[in-house]
Design a protein. Structure first.
Length: 229
């Protein structure tokens, strides 16, 4: 049996009615929500658009830090990287994996980093405080809010990314502080001074006013929601 025959056999099996179930924080608790196959396909299209707009190409080698449970947000990004033809290397977000993160960064021609978090950055900084030197050869860094703020303070170019409830938000290098959300899939608005997220009718899951724990300004540009903290 080869990989090809295994894939052919797998394709003949009945497919699950949904791609998977996501779990996201909602205030003090968590919610489970369904992700349909059509939801995933549209999320991949959107992620592909954001990566291409940021200049990511088949020539790039991407270091992406994400644990498995973040699949609902970052699986579309990984699938989009495959479509683009970029090479990618995964690492975990936890501090115990920072040695691997640094090893990959030092030994491979990494040009893009996605998902950098404060825990990873803290461990990296403990080993090498000169963050500008650590990321000297990385052209684009998508960092989560805490890590983004620390990189900016260290004069390292960083582009913001965030999870707004179940929605992935990515800025672009030409506007690194302005998060972009797919407005065809999600609605983001202010409620009592805090941002909440709802699913549009396009989504399989019926999600209404999930609190993000964040405050910010929201505006729209066509089908894109723009968020600034």
């Amino acid at each position: 049996m080869t990989r090809k025959t295994m894939l052919e056999a797998a394709r003949r099996l009945p497919r699950s009615p949904i791609y998977g179930i996501g779990v996201c924080r909602a205030g003090e608790g968590f919610i489970d929500y369904e992700i349909g196959w059509a939801d995933l396909e549209r999320d991949v299209v959107w992620a592909h658009e954001q990566l291409v707009a940021a200049g990511i190409s088949a020539d790039d080698h991407v270091l992406i830090t994400t644990p498995n449970h973040e699949g609902p947000w970052l699986s579309p990004v990984i699938r989009a990287l495959r479509q683009i033809g970029a090479t990618y290397t995964p690492a975990e977000t936890y501090n115990w994996d920072s040695a691997r993160f640094l090893s990959v960064l030092a030994r491979m021609p990494i040009t893009v980093a996605i998902g950098l978090c404060a825990e990873t950055l803290g461990s990296v900084k403990a080993q090498n405080p000169d963050l500008a030197a650590v990321f000297e050869k990385v052209r684009v860094i998508w960092a989560r809010p805490d890590a983004h703020a620390e990189l900016v303070a260290a004069n390292v170019d960083s582009t913001l990314m965030a999870f707004l409830g179940p929605a992935l938000a990515l800025a672009r290098p030409d506007a690194p502080e302005v998060l972009r959300v797919d407005g065809a899939e999600w609605d983001v608005h202010d409620k009592d001074g805090h941002l909440v997220v709802s699913a549009t009718a396009a989504r399989t899951a019926r999600i209404v006013d999930v609190p993000t724990g964040l405050s910010g300004q929201v505006r729209t540009a066509g089908d894109t929601i723009l968020v600034e903290f």
